[in-house]
Design a protein around this ligand. Sequence first.
Ligand SMILES: *[C@@H]1O[C@H](CO)[C@@H](O)[C@H](O)[C@H]1NC(C)=O
Length: 187
Amino acid sequence: MHIWILKIILLIASSLRLIEMYDNYGEICRNLCTCEEKEAILTVSCENRGIVRLTEISPVQFSMYHLLLTGNLLKKLSLNDFINYTGVTILHLGNNDISEVEAGAFNGLQGLKRLHLNNNKIESLREDTLAGLESLEYLQIDYNYITNIDTHALSKLHQLTVMILNDNMLSTLPANIFRNVPSPTWI
Ligand SMILES: *[C@@H]1O[C@H](CO)[C@@H](O)[C@H](O)[C@H]1NC(C)=O
Protein backbone atom coordinates (compact mmCIF):
# COMPACT_ATOMS: atom_id res chain seq x y z
CA MET A 1 0.00 0.00 0.00
CA HIS A 2 2.64 2.48 1.11
CA ILE A 3 4.97 1.50 -1.68
CA TRP A 4 2.27 2.31 -4.26
CA ILE A 5 1.67 5.73 -2.82
CA LEU A 6 5.39 6.34 -2.90
CA LYS A 7 5.56 5.25 -6.55
CA ILE A 8 2.69 7.54 -7.49
CA ILE A 9 4.34 10.46 -5.73
CA LEU A 10 7.59 9.75 -7.56
CA LEU A 11 5.77 9.54 -10.86
CA ILE A 12 4.05 12.89 -10.30
CA ALA A 13 7.34 14.45 -9.24
CA SER A 14 9.18 13.28 -12.33
CA SER A 15 6.47 14.44 -14.72
CA LEU A 16 6.46 17.81 -12.99
CA ARG A 17 10.19 17.97 -13.59
CA LEU A 18 9.58 17.24 -17.27
CA ILE A 19 6.97 20.00 -17.50
CA GLU A 20 9.35 22.33 -15.70
CA MET A 21 12.05 21.54 -18.27
CA TYR A 22 9.74 22.60 -21.10
CA ASP A 23 8.64 25.62 -19.11
CA ASN A 24 12.25 26.67 -18.92
CA TYR A 25 12.53 26.80 -22.69
CA GLY A 26 9.35 28.81 -23.07
CA GLU A 27 5.74 28.45 -23.95
CA ILE A 28 6.13 27.80 -27.68
CA CYS A 29 8.05 24.61 -26.91
CA ARG A 30 4.96 23.24 -25.16
CA ASN A 31 2.45 24.06 -27.86
CA LEU A 32 3.22 25.23 -31.35
CA CYS A 33 6.81 24.19 -31.96
CA THR A 34 9.18 21.35 -31.18
CA CYS A 35 12.36 22.15 -29.31
CA GLU A 36 15.47 20.05 -29.14
CA GLU A 37 18.62 20.78 -27.21
CA LYS A 38 21.91 19.49 -28.54
CA GLU A 39 25.43 20.58 -27.61
CA ALA A 40 24.28 23.72 -25.81
CA ILE A 41 22.19 24.90 -28.76
CA LEU A 42 18.42 24.72 -28.79
CA THR A 43 16.66 24.20 -32.11
CA VAL A 44 13.14 25.62 -32.13
CA SER A 45 11.26 24.12 -35.08
CA CYS A 46 8.11 25.99 -36.07
CA GLU A 47 8.03 25.05 -39.74
CA ASN A 48 4.77 24.79 -41.70
CA ARG A 49 2.61 25.83 -38.76
CA GLY A 50 0.43 28.33 -40.64
CA ILE A 51 1.96 31.25 -38.74
CA VAL A 52 0.73 34.56 -40.19
CA ARG A 53 2.18 37.01 -37.66
CA LEU A 54 5.20 36.89 -35.39
CA THR A 55 2.95 37.76 -32.46
CA GLU A 56 1.78 34.13 -32.66
CA ILE A 57 5.15 32.96 -31.37
CA SER A 58 7.26 34.02 -28.40
CA PRO A 59 10.97 33.93 -27.61
CA VAL A 60 12.48 31.05 -25.64
CA GLN A 61 14.71 31.36 -22.60
CA PHE A 62 17.92 29.98 -23.93
CA SER A 63 21.23 31.65 -24.52
CA MET A 64 21.78 30.32 -28.06
CA TYR A 65 19.14 28.97 -30.36
CA HIS A 66 18.12 28.37 -33.94
CA LEU A 67 14.64 29.49 -34.93
CA LEU A 68 13.06 27.68 -37.87
CA LEU A 69 10.06 29.42 -39.38
CA THR A 70 10.31 28.05 -42.90
CA GLY A 71 7.07 27.42 -44.79
CA ASN A 72 4.72 29.69 -42.90
CA LEU A 73 2.46 32.50 -44.08
CA LEU A 74 4.37 35.56 -42.88
CA LYS A 75 3.73 38.59 -45.10
CA LYS A 76 5.46 41.38 -43.28
CA LEU A 77 8.32 41.81 -40.82
CA SER A 78 7.61 44.83 -38.65
CA LEU A 79 9.72 47.12 -36.48
CA ASN A 80 10.98 45.26 -33.37
CA ASP A 81 9.34 41.94 -34.30
CA PHE A 82 12.53 40.20 -33.11
CA ILE A 83 13.52 42.61 -30.33
CA ASN A 84 13.30 39.89 -27.65
CA TYR A 85 15.01 37.19 -29.70
CA THR A 86 18.57 38.10 -28.77
CA GLY A 87 19.78 34.48 -28.47
CA VAL A 88 18.98 33.55 -32.07
CA THR A 89 22.07 32.67 -34.11
CA ILE A 90 20.34 31.09 -37.13
CA LEU A 91 16.97 32.30 -38.41
CA HIS A 92 15.07 30.52 -41.17
CA LEU A 93 12.32 32.54 -42.84
CA GLY A 94 12.41 30.90 -46.26
CA ASN A 95 9.25 29.90 -48.13
CA ASN A 96 6.98 32.46 -46.57
CA ASP A 97 5.06 35.27 -48.28
CA ILE A 98 7.21 38.16 -47.07
CA SER A 99 6.97 41.23 -49.27
CA GLU A 100 7.62 43.93 -46.70
CA VAL A 101 10.53 44.32 -44.28
CA GLU A 102 10.19 47.46 -42.20
CA ALA A 103 13.23 49.40 -41.02
CA GLY A 104 14.28 47.94 -37.67
CA ALA A 105 12.53 44.63 -38.25
CA PHE A 106 15.71 42.80 -37.24
CA ASN A 107 16.41 44.88 -34.12
CA GLY A 108 17.46 42.52 -31.33
CA LEU A 109 19.27 40.12 -33.64
CA GLN A 110 22.76 41.48 -33.07
CA GLY A 111 24.06 37.92 -32.52
CA LEU A 112 22.50 36.48 -35.68
CA LYS A 113 25.00 34.71 -37.92
CA ARG A 114 22.81 33.17 -40.60
CA LEU A 115 19.64 34.55 -42.11
CA HIS A 116 17.57 32.64 -44.66
CA LEU A 117 15.01 34.68 -46.55
CA ASN A 118 14.87 32.64 -49.76
CA ASN A 119 11.61 32.14 -51.65
CA ASN A 120 9.76 35.22 -50.52
CA LYS A 121 8.51 38.36 -52.29
CA ILE A 122 11.05 40.93 -51.19
CA GLU A 123 11.47 43.66 -53.82
CA SER A 124 14.36 45.71 -52.52
CA LEU A 125 17.15 45.91 -49.99
CA ARG A 126 17.12 49.43 -48.63
CA GLU A 127 19.84 51.00 -46.54
CA ASP A 128 17.88 50.15 -43.36
CA THR A 129 16.43 46.76 -44.30
CA LEU A 130 19.24 44.74 -42.68
CA ALA A 131 20.01 47.25 -39.94
CA GLY A 132 21.33 45.83 -36.67
CA LEU A 133 22.59 42.53 -38.07
CA GLU A 134 26.14 43.28 -37.07
CA SER A 135 27.24 39.61 -36.68
CA LEU A 136 25.67 38.36 -39.90
CA GLU A 137 28.00 36.06 -41.84
CA TYR A 138 25.59 34.35 -44.19
CA LEU A 139 22.62 35.79 -46.04
CA GLN A 140 20.45 33.67 -48.28
CA ILE A 141 17.93 35.75 -50.20
CA ASP A 142 17.58 33.93 -53.52
CA TYR A 143 14.21 33.49 -55.22
CA ASN A 144 12.75 36.87 -54.34
CA TYR A 145 11.67 39.82 -56.50
CA ILE A 146 14.59 42.09 -55.72
CA THR A 147 15.00 44.77 -58.36
CA ASN A 148 17.03 47.22 -56.31
CA ILE A 149 19.80 47.13 -53.72
CA ASP A 150 20.77 50.36 -52.02
CA THR A 151 24.45 51.27 -52.18
CA HIS A 152 24.62 51.14 -48.38
CA ALA A 153 22.42 48.08 -47.85
CA LEU A 154 25.39 45.92 -46.85
CA SER A 155 27.70 48.59 -45.54
CA LYS A 156 27.23 47.74 -41.84
CA LEU A 157 27.47 43.99 -42.31
CA HIS A 158 31.14 43.76 -41.48
CA GLN A 159 31.09 39.98 -40.93
CA LEU A 160 29.24 39.03 -44.11
CA THR A 161 31.11 36.41 -46.13
CA VAL A 162 28.36 34.61 -48.05
CA MET A 163 25.42 36.15 -49.87
CA ILE A 164 23.16 34.05 -52.05
CA LEU A 165 21.27 36.29 -54.40
CA ASN A 166 20.44 34.29 -57.52
CA ASP A 167 16.97 34.24 -59.05
CA ASN A 168 15.96 37.79 -58.35
CA MET A 169 15.17 40.57 -60.83
CA LEU A 170 18.41 42.50 -60.68
CA SER A 171 19.94 43.89 -63.80
CA THR A 172 22.74 45.78 -62.06
CA LEU A 173 24.37 46.01 -58.67
CA PRO A 174 25.38 49.37 -57.26
CA ALA A 175 29.06 50.18 -57.51
CA ASN A 176 31.08 49.35 -54.41
CA ILE A 177 28.31 47.36 -52.80
CA PHE A 178 30.78 44.96 -51.23
CA ARG A 179 33.13 47.76 -50.15
CA ASN A 180 32.78 47.18 -46.41
CA VAL A 181 32.34 43.44 -46.28
CA PRO A 182 35.40 41.21 -45.74
CA SER A 183 37.48 40.40 -48.79
CA PRO A 184 36.25 37.20 -50.34
CA THR A 185 38.43 34.15 -50.56
CA TRP A 186 38.31 33.19 -54.21
CA ILE A 187 38.07 29.47 -54.74
C1 LIG B 1 9.84 42.38 -25.22
O1 LIG B 1 10.02 42.15 -23.84
C2 LIG B 1 9.60 43.23 -23.02
C3 LIG B 1 9.99 42.91 -21.58
O2 LIG B 1 9.59 41.63 -21.22
C4 LIG B 1 8.11 43.44 -23.20
O3 LIG B 1 7.66 44.51 -22.41
C5 LIG B 1 7.83 43.74 -24.67
O4 LIG B 1 6.44 43.85 -24.89
C6 LIG B 1 8.40 42.66 -25.56
N1 LIG B 1 8.28 43.11 -26.94
C7 LIG B 1 7.74 42.36 -27.90
C8 LIG B 1 7.68 42.98 -29.24
O5 LIG B 1 7.32 41.24 -27.70
